[in-house]
Design a protein around this ligand. Structure first.
Ligand SMILES: Cc1cc2nc3c(=O)[nH]c(=O)nc-3n(C[C@H](O)[C@H](O)[C@H](O)COP(=O)(O)OP(=O)(O)OC[C@H]3O[C@@H](n4cnc5c(N)ncnc54)[C@H](O)[C@@H]3O)c2cc1C
Length: 379
């Protein structure tokens, strides 16, 4: 089949790979001019690990494994450690593989077969479906016809908007926003990595892997209506959210945000749709069922989603109506589980009040010493 995939994130790349190795002709369109490889390390968990084995990529993924979450600790405004985060609090699955987003993206892209190609600076402008195919008009002006269209274009999916309607119908905002910026590694030492500072409703943190140092800014807020493609607007929102706070390293983190051309910012939100397919169009990954950053399972959902879709298409002999139904039945339990796991993270990382921050620190300090020991970096 001739299949269009919108988006070259983890969902788009893994779907393209899973479809491509099964002989389909796959075109991936990515709005950015390059693979978007920024962000903090992400987790491959549970059955998604088996999926990467099935794709022949598990060894390559294991080889790039990092371990940031084991060193996490909270500090006060002077930088003194006031509580450590036990490994179990941030990792609920023993077989978790933490890998830089850039490495997983590059591994998937490098594994694409020749019949799966990526077109950068391109996106879907309009879709018209008839009984036999989908006519796609691209933002660049060209058009083409495909047998199927996969929307893997993330939380703010264009394909979802075109086929299922406005994002506001499906978005559940969880009350938090997150920004991630790259910091100059010469300005932040090893001791800075894994530190997090809170004031009510806000968390500023520094993390890192290999020679990369990242600043993370998390804050509580009602839903903010802004153009999510406007980088300057994103930077303004974060800088305003932390305005007036000169303590700890907040000013330096905000200066990095201001200067970062690849700054990542988004709401911590979920997408809930009653069904992920309509006609010849199907959604995979955050586009269909974003579980939100706090679940730590968005990448795993993207990986299982891509494989289940490709396997079911093969099993159904190309009958997409049967395949899409089966894909949804297999994937739905993973999505429901992932979407149900987000409550704890926000309460630990960004407590809403000073009392809640103090109570969290007291609780963490009271945990047995063994579970508070950082284990060190595995890679
Ligand atoms: C730059 C970036 C940094 C991230 N950092 C983190 C992180 O630190 N921690 C974390 O837990 N999660 C992060 N995420 C989200 C995480 O990658 C996803 O939740 C998960 O991997 C599922 O991926 P996805 O492919 O469904 O969506 P995404 O990773 O959002 O990928 C969607 C892709 O589609 C592209 N796209 C968007 N709109 C269009 C369009 N109209 N046409 C064509 N292409 C389009 C985007 O540029 C992107 O490449 C990040 C996502 C991005 C894009």
């Amino acid at each position: 089949m001739n299949i269009l995939v919108s988006g070259a994130g983890i969902a788009g790349l893994s779907t393209a790979l899973d479809l491509g190795v099964r002989g389909h002709q796959v075109t991936v369109v990515e709005r950015a001019g390059h693979l978007r490889i920024n962000g903090s390390p992400i987790d491959v968990r549970g059955d998604a690990i088996g999926v990467t084995a099935e794709m022949g990529l598990l060894d390559a993924i294991r080889a790039k494994r990092v371990d940031m979450s084991e060193r996490t600790r909270f500090v006060d405004r002077e930088g003194t450690v006031i509580a450590r985060v036990p490994y179990e609090e941030v990792n609920d699955s023993a077989d978790d593989i933490e890998i830089p987003r850039e490495d997983l993206t590059n591994i998937l892209a490098a594994a694409l077969p020749p019949n799966a190609t990526i077109r950068f600076r391109e996106s879907v402008a309009a879709l018209t479906e008839d009984g036999d195919g989908v006519d796609v008009r691209f933002a660049s002006g060209g058009s083409a016809r495909f047998d199927l269209v996969v929307g893997a274009d993330g939380l703010h999916s264009r394909v979802r908007k075109l086929v299922f309607g406005p994002e506001s119908d499906y978005l559940r905002h969880l009350g938090l926003y997150v920004g991630i910026t790259e910091l100059n590694s010469e300005d932040f030492g090893d001791d800075d990595r894994g530190t997090m500072y809170n004031y009510p409703g806000h968390m500023a943190g520094i993390t890192g892997y290999h020679d990369k140092v990242l600043g993370i800014l998390l804050f509580r807020s009602e839903f903010i209506d802004y153009d999510y493609r406007d980088l300057d607007a994103q930077k303004r929102i974060v800088i305003d959210a932390f305005a007036g706070h000169e303590e700890w390293k907040i000013p330096r983190l905000l200066a990095a945000v201001d200067a970062d051309p690849e700054f990542y910012f988004d709401s911590v939100s979920q997408i809930h749709l009653p069904t992920w397919h309509r006609g010849r169009v199907v959604l995979v990954g955050d586009a269909g069922y974003c579980a939100a950053l706090l679940s730590g399972r968005g990448t795993s959902l993207a990986l299982t989603g891509g494989l289940f879709l490709a396997e079911e298409l093969e099993r159904a002999g190309g009958d997409h109506t049967v395949a899409f139904d089966h894909y949804e039945k297999r994937q739905r339990p993973y999505v429901e589980f992932a979407q149900s796991t987000v409550d704890v993270g926000g309460a630990i990382l960004a407590p809403a009040t000073q009392e809640a921050i103090t109570a969290r620190n007291t609780r963490l300090r009271s945990l047995p010493a063994k579970s508070r020991e950082p284990k060190g970096e595995r890679a």
